[in-house]
Design a protein around this ligand. Structure first.
Ligand SMILES: Cc1cc2nc3c(=O)[nH]c(=O)nc-3n(C[C@H](O)[C@H](O)[C@H](O)COP(=O)(O)OP(=O)(O)OC[C@H]3O[C@@H](n4cnc5c(N)ncnc54)[C@H](O)[C@@H]3O)c2cc1C
Length: 473
């Protein structure tokens, strides 16, 4: 039987797509690189995911998990004719345990829907990517997603207790557990952020976080991006770790104001800071943030006085990427991390790179984490433009690595940064990662060509002779 016929033998007709027009829709995520799709399936249970994986394994077809496809690094894009396993129909919030503050959810649950569901219980799911109204919890697990409020709460990995995983062989296994520190290796930690290369996640036990009793949201205006960046370090140095600290530059502020009119001051930079906690603490913490901002040269400081004012500040921040659609037909959103103390010099270097390549750049980023998101607005139809944008991106990544940063803060490595992995990891590091991956996926069918560059196994490099024999055992 053909591959599609085999799939249709275990799934209903409306659960399998193989028409070229449909496949074209699934050939990209929110990044800029298209892939090649052999078929798309929409399983409705863990057993159906396992059955589809077994069929793909029998036909030796690569298997690529997909959530909402909002990923920006090509993670959900097959590089060779592959089976997309779209997990969006596994979207049940199965069980909320109010006392334990946990919930079992399907990977297709939309991030924001989970918090909306638990809000009446005084609980929410803390990781809040700016794409949270569209992206799925499964995709968040795949990329170890972050968000504005991950500064104090930690990224996705800090909020996952257990995972049901479909292995490369189509077996259903459970990793982790409800207890705080399950025995054995931390395989949940291995799978979170592995971008579908270790298995397909079909159920997730998440931690829920108590809604803070009180919140203060501040908006600080600065007449230079460097002053705003300096304020970020000053706040933390003053002893306060806010729930969130987000920075926007003038081109981004203007784009947001044109789009949503949130009342942001048109100035070189705004810093949004939020402190959350006990009513007695938030006012004094807000005062510390305001003073650090004043010392760094803030020209205006607003503290949201009502829920509406707070919502407007966050609407402005979370509409930033949507606003860019009005600036140009295409965008390329970068993602690097630098130590917070190196923000000022890194931002200067990034503006210099943008100017030298003649690209239109807007910045909005998780400043408290040092997680930069230079966003280039461009028209891909302009000859040579995409190449210029990518060349500038590589330079920005190298600058970030040069000051002690990392390749990706939250979007993942995917295809986008795969070939830069050798700049941060030694051949031994890459080999160790490749071997771990082989342990989960001996035939290399789970999202091949992602994360690790070709030749990551040391024997592929011909390096075996240079290594201590013990290190290869
Ligand atoms: C406007 C915009 C704003 C964004 N803001 C943020 C932000 O603030 N923080 C942030 O971290 N990201 C952000 N992103 C990127 C993106 O939304 C996140 O990476 C998100 O986690 C992807 O979720 P998804 O459901 O769309 O996954 P997809 O894009 O479908 O997949 C992402 C990766 O996870 C894997 N995967 C998906 N589901 C599973 C599964 N069930 N099991 C195993 N692997 C799986 C895929 O194979 C792929 O490698 C933003 C994107 C956009 C477009």
């Amino acid at each position: 039987m053909s591959f599609a016929a085999d799939l249709r033998a275990v799934l209903a007709d409306d659960q399998v797509l193989d028409h070229p027009l449909d496949l074209h829709v699934y050939a990209k995520d929110a990044g800029v690189t298209p892939g090649i799709v052999a078929a798309v399936v929409f399983p409705e249970s863990s057993e159906q995911v396992a059955a589809a994986v077994k069929i793909a394994a029998k036909h030796e077809v690569p298997i690529v998990a997909r959530g909402a496809g909002t990923g920006l690094s090509g993670g959900a894009v097959p590089t060779r004719p592959g089976l997309i396993v779209a997990l969006t129909r596994l979207n049940q919030i199965e069980e909320v345990d109010e006392a334990a503050r946990t919930a079992w959810v399907g990977p297709g649950v939309i991030n924001l829907d989970l918090s909306a569901h638990t809000m009446p219980l005084g609980l929410h799911y803390a990781p809040d990517p700016s794409s949270q109204s569209a992206c799925t919890i499964g995709g968040n697990v795949g990329t170890n997603a972050g968000g504005p409020h991950c500064l104090a709460e930690g990224t996705t990995v800090s909020h996952i207790l257990a995972l049901e995983l479909i292995t490369a062989e189509g077996e259903i296994v459970m990793l982790g557990g409800a207890e705080p520190d399950p025995l054995g290796l931390d395989l949940v930690g291995v799978v979170v952020g592995s971008e579908g290369t270790m298995g397909l996640v079909t159920r997730i036990l998440v931690k829920l976080t108590e809604n803070p009793p009180e919140v203060r949201t501040l908006l600080l205006a600065f007449d230079s991006i460097e002053a705003a960046a300096a304020a970020v370090s000053a706040v933390i140095a003053a002893g306060v770790v806010p729930a969130a600290m987000e920075l926007m530059d003038q081109p981004m502020i203007e784009a947001v104001e044109n789009f949503k009119s949130c009342g942001f001051p048109i100035t070189a930079a705004v810093l949004i800071a939020e402190v959350a906690g006990h009513p007695a603490a938030v006012d004094s913490e807000a005062a510390v943030v305001a003073q650090a901002g004043r010392d760094a040269g803030a020209t205006e400081i607003r503290i949201a006085a009502t829920e509406i004012e707070r919502d407007l500040i966050w609407l402005g921040r979370k509409s930033a990427f949507g606003a860019v659609a009005y600036a140009a037909p295409d965008y390329y959103l970068h993602d690097t991390v630098v130590p917070r103390t190196r923000l000022v010099e890194t931002m200067s270097a990034i503006y210099e790179i943008g100017a030298r390549h003649g690209i239109q750049m807007l910045n909005v980023f998780h400043a408290g984490d040092g997680n930069l998101h230079p966003l280039v607005a461009f028209d891909a139809k302009e000859p040579g433009m995409l190449e210029r944008v990518k060349a500038a991106a590589d330079e920005m990544v190298r600058v970030s690595i040069g000051v002690g940063g990392a390749l990706s803060g939250e979007h993942g490595v995917g295809l986008e940064k795969r070939d830069l992995m050798g700049e941060v990891f030694s051949p031994m590091d890459l080999d160790a990662q490749a071997r771990l991956r082989e342990a989960f996926d001996p035939k290399g069918l789970l999202n091949p060509d992602k994360i690790l560059p070709e030749g990551s196994r040391c024997y592929d490099f011909g390096l075996v002779a240079n290594l201590e024999p013990d290190s290869l055992k």
